[in-house]
Design a protein around this ligand. Structure first.
Ligand code: SF4
Length: 169
């Protein structure tokens, strides 16, 4: 079975195993380093967007309007890196943590053959000789499973389609 729910469960099992062996692991709720320096606008499959949309729809209307303004700004912003428009900057927390995309769940725990680690803080620890016993998750395998979960579009595009459909608060 390859559903988003199953993929989340498989990811969480690897995350839990790494955390159990490394209780002071950097990547956790409250660490917003990656959310503040995204290399690109997040891309989501249809299944990820459907989940994220549920999270966005549950936000208070004014908060959702703020998110919409942030996403609209992002669509026009050529400079990189970017701050994720779903980050509550003052709290340093994701507004839709339970509904966040797969990339946000794997970021600190999974590596991609050829591309190395993603989190620069964790990468520098590895370069310093730490975390040698970690059994990393396989990002290539996650990406293959994601391919089967529907069209992939930028967050800005999914949001604009939702807005056009008039299905927003
Ligand atoms: S969706 Fe949430 S967890 Fe992912 S980068 Fe944005 S704020 Fe961070």
């Amino acid at each position: 079975m390859n559903t988003l729910t199953q993929l989340h469960a498989d990811i969480e099992a690897r995350v839990r195993a790494i955390r159990n062996d490394n209780p002071d692991w950097l990547c956790r709720m409250g660490c917003d380093g990656c959310c503040r320096r995204l290399a690109e606008v997040p891309r989501l499959t249809a299944a990820e967007w459907a989940l994220l949309q549920d999270g966005l729809a549950a936000l208070p209307p004014e908060r959702l309007r703020e998110v919409g303004r942030g996403i609209a700004t992002l669509a026009e912003q050529p400079s990189r890196p970017i701050v994720c428009p779903l980050l509550d900057r003052s709290a340093g927390a994701c507004l839709v943590y339970a509904h966040r995309p797969v990339a946000c769940r794997t970021y600190g725990f999974y590596v991609q053959r050829d591309l190395g680690l993603y989190c620069k803080d964790i990468e520098s620890r590895v370069a310093g000789g730490a975390l040698t016993g970690v059994v990393w998750g396989n990002q290539d395998a996650v990406d293959r499973r994601l391919c089967a979960l529907g069209d992939t579009r930028d967050l800005t595009e999914w949001f604009a389609l939702w807005k056009e459909g008039g299905d927003m608060a």
